[in-house]
Design a protein. Structure first.
Ligand SMILES: Cc1cc2nc3c(=O)[nH]c(=O)nc-3n(C[C@H](O)[C@H](O)[C@H](O)COP(=O)(O)O)c2cc1C
Length: 409
């Protein structure tokens, strides 16, 4: 299977925002969610983000908004089975993390099952999420991520095997999905039902197609559809940029909880805002640049621990976060460049000390889109992928021989 199918997405670039700008009008009712034995008091999820949601960032988010679910970035099942050191590092949790939540990604049911077996036998997590939402070409061209639910047999088998293994240890399994590959090839209805039938304790729907990638708008009406079809909790995902968006999503869709990705990049305090909003409070956190600077230093310190004392790796990892933290603040290009050239904690502390401590949080970036917002030009799929909803023997042979070790976003 060296060839691949490519869907041209030109006609996916027109997208209508199904939501209104109206703020939620009534008090939104949100209840704790139980995923089997895992109790999520405030059903707000830090959505897994590769390269972002390692434990230092999760700890910062959890400190602002305790009682939610903070999911680690996806771990490639094959890399975990091979005991790849990078994958093992991503499986680590900080001692204070209340719920150890891991996400696995894979195409080969046997390998994903082996990875789940490692998680169970080595007591690595309290919750396992399965990634069926990744739109990245490197992943979908191998039938993985958001391409996978199209093949209902494969989708079902992966969930079945992982649930069977995790059930032994009473570890709840959830699935994260998109609407489909494009609007002519939607998958979320069947995927939601299959996940429920096979014992998933919840489903998260990012209401975009693979073709939409991160462009346009997450179509929350699709979240509402899934909520009305399933008995298990549905977490709504996509385009929550501020606490009012979280309230609006719950109000408009009836979802059991919300999952936040890009909105908290450089804004871990968004979890505090959402917690307040769900409690009916209008309190919001808009830190000064001085306060943001202190978060940057703390983030750098935590990353240094994450990288076993390697400050250079820590501050390199920090770079993207610094760009997000400083977004919209009146910080000149020279200072931003200086942050990008930091090689040690002392360098970061020096740059932070020079920031204007009293600069207020910039109004124009409060609760506004951030991070990746583009459409994908093409959807890459294995050759003939869309011809049938089930996999042929040949397709399986070809797919499973070539599961990437590192399928990062
Ligand atoms: C940089 C980046 C990395 C991501 N990595 C993952 C991942 O590892 N697993 C996953 O299921 N989704 C991943 N996602 C998708 C997010 O979890 C989320 O579904 C998506 O960003 C939509 O939510 P948002 O609008 O709140 O950002 C990633 C998104 C971004 C921007």
């Amino acid at each position: 299977m060296s060839e691949e199918a490519v869907i041209d997405c030109a006609d996916e670039t027109v997208s209508v925002d199904p939501r209104t700008d109206a703020k939620p009008t009534s008090a939104v009712r949100i209840a704790p969610v139980d995923l089997g034995p895992v109790h999520v008091e405030t059903p707000v999820v830090l959505s897994p983000m590769a390269g972002v949601t390692n434990w230092p960032f999760r700890v910062l988010c959890e400190e602002y908004g305790p009682d939610g679910l903070y999911v680690a970035e996806m771990i490639t099942a094959r890399a975990l089975v091979a005991r790849n050191p990078k994958a093992l590092r991503l499986c680590r949790f900080a001692p204070g993390e209340r719920i150890r939540s891991l996400q696995l990604y894979g195409v080969n049911p046997g390998i994903v099952e082996q990875a789940a077996r490692i998680v169970v036998d080595e007591d690595m997590a309290d919750h396992v999420d399965l990634n069926f939402g990744c739109p990245v070409p490197k992943v979908t061209r191998r039938g993985g991520g958001s391409a996978l639910p199209w093949k209902t047999d494969l989708f079902r088998e992966i969930i079945q095997r992982v649930v069977r293994v995790c059930d032994e240890a009473n570890i709840p399994v959830t699935a994260k999905i998109r609407v489909g590959i494009d609007h002519d090839h939607e998958t979320f209805h069947e995927a939601g039902h299959i996940a429920q039938e096979e014992g998933c304790k919840a489903v998260t729907l990012h209401a975009r197609t693979t073709a939409e990638y991160y462009g346009g708008h997450s179509d929350w009406s699709r979240i509402g559809e899934l909520v009305s079809e399933l008995d298990i909790p549905v977490f709504g995902n996509g385009d929550i940029w501020g606490a009012d968006d979280a309230l609006a999503m719950v109000e408009q869709t009836g979802c059991a909880g919300v999952a936040i990705g890009r909105g908290c990049q450089g804004r871990p305090w968004l979890f505090a805002d959402i917690k307040h909003a769900f409690a009916g409070s209008g309190e919001r956190t808009n830190p000064t640049l001085g306060e943001v600077g202190r978060i940057i230093v703390r983030h750098a310190q935590l990353l240094t621990e994450f990288y076993d004392g390697d400050e250079r790796m820590a501050v390199h990892d920090l770079r993207k976060h610094v760009a997000w933290y400083l977004k919209g603040f009146p910080v000149g290009g020279a200072t931003r460049r200086a942050f990008m050239e930091c090689e040690s904690l002392a360098d970061v502390e020096r740059e932070v000390a020079q920031l204007d401590q009293d600069a207020p949080y910039p109004e124009r970036v409060v609760d506004k889109p951030r991070g990746r917002v583009r459409f994908q030009k093409k959807v890459h799929l294995p050759y003939g992928w869309l011809d049938s909803r089930t996999t042929t023997h040949e397709e399986r042979e070809a797919l499973f021989g070539d599961d990437p070790m590192d399928a990062s976003y």
